[in-house]
Design a protein around this ligand. Structure first.
Ligand code: N2P
Length: 362
């Protein structure tokens, strides 16, 4: 009899139209997960995953501001995007009883995210990192032997940019994740409200614009680095380290290094969060719980080369990644880093204008 019931149940399942199967709609950054993790989640839970990607906060915010995104799980950076969503009531409070692996999260890291989300009610840290330069050390040394390799002067000093323009410079297309580093390099407050400060950042960007080959979405910058098409790129830490690994595997002699600006790198935290109007929040919570397992997080970090917030995953991370100081910044590097805040609308408008001028070159 039990066997007959099982057979009946299977028949019934097979007869159900595909759309009755639970589906989890994820909107994550590109190159930001081990695809096997998604497969394993589906195999364990029976929840099918529809997985879309974005490669800048501007794109994510654009998609969400239209409303009814249809996504169950999104991965906004704690500041400014996640902070704004929390403030707008656009996120669903998480039910921790459904996320037992929450206990694996590093309390010190989570405390940093709590500054914009009291008690961490709406998000768990997924991965984190910095903004810095991907360089081809041999090409850079050949083109600009006297240029410092560990500061943003390599990019922002027009003489250096000019010398490196021939081997190729790219900058990721994100005002939000580039302008704060430019301000910091100029010795200004990365979160400044001052028009004069922002104008100084604009001048610095316009001065190097003729030497910048392209301003592209971060995913394309990763590809260009990996193939050796550029010798200098400003982008996210793990993207550079992924590009470096890909280049090594390709075996064509392309060497790439990640350099966090010595004067202090922008540090960011990406949050797992559920939109208030998510069609399937239960599935999203199940997924959050799944990725917070130490061995699952270890697989993700090993694959994408960004650190996570689950300390128990560390011993399981692939050795080459675990011991790479550019993946896990040293305490000294962290001490000098800064976190971008959430600019006012007025500052945001100004930054957007600066960015379009930078892109247009005037
Ligand atoms: C992944 C980009 C990292 C996210 N390709 C930056 N917050």
């Amino acid at each position: 009899m039990p066997r007959l019931l099982t057979a009946l149940a299977l028949l019934l399942l097979a007869a159900l139209p595909a759309r009755a199967q639970p589906v989890l709609n994820i909107y994550n950054w590109s190159d930001y997960i081990d695809p096997y993790v998604v497969q394993r989640f589906t195999a364990e839970t029976g929840i099918r995953v529809r997985y879309d990607v974005f490669d800048s906060l501007e794109t994510l915010e654009g998609k969400l501001s239209a409303g009814r995104s249809g996504y169950d799980l999104i991965v906004p950076t704690s500041e400014p995007t996640f902070a704004r969503l929390v403030r707008a009531g656009a996120l669903r409070p998480l039910d921790r009883a459904r996320i037992p692996n929450w206990r694996n999260l590093d309390p010190a890291l989570m405390a940093r995210a709590a500054s914009v989300d009291p008690d961490n009610r709406h998000g768990a840290i997924y991965l984190w990192g910095t903004v810095g330069m991907g360089i081809r050390p041999d090409r850079v040394r050949a083109a600009a032997p006297d240029a410092p390799m560990d500061t943003l002067a390599l990019l922002l000093d027009p003489r250096n940019a000019q010398r490196l323009s021939r081997c190729g410079i790219q900058v990721m297309d994100s005002a939000t994740d580039v302008i704060p580093s430019v301000l910091r390099h100029l010795g200004l407050d990365p979160n400044t409200q001052s028009q004069d400060d922002l104008r100084a950042a604009e001048r610095a960007l316009l001065a190097i614009r003729p030497h910048v080959r392209a301003i592209l979405p971060s995913g394309s910058v990763l590809d260009a680095l990996a193939t050796g098409d550029v010798c200098l790129a400003l982008t996210y830490s793990g993207d550079v380290i992924q590009a470096s690994a890909r280049a090594r595997e390709a075996g064509r002699g392309v060497e790439i290094a990640y350099v966090a600006p010595a004067a202090g790198a922008q540090l960011w935290f990406d949050m797992l969060a559920i939109p208030a109007d998510a069609p399937n929040p239960e599935a999203a919570q199940a997924f959050i719980d799944f990725v917070l397992r130490p061995e699952v997080m270890a697989a993700i970090t090993s694959h994408v080369r960004y650190p996570n917030a689950v300390p128990a995953s560390r011993p399981m991370v692939a050795e080459a990644v675990r011991n790479d100081p550019s993946v896990y910044p040293t305490d000294a590097a962290l001490a000098g880093s800064f976190v971008a805040g959430t600019p006012s609308q007025q500052v945001e408008r100004l930054r957007t204008r600066i960015w379009s001028r930078f892109k247009a070159g005037r």
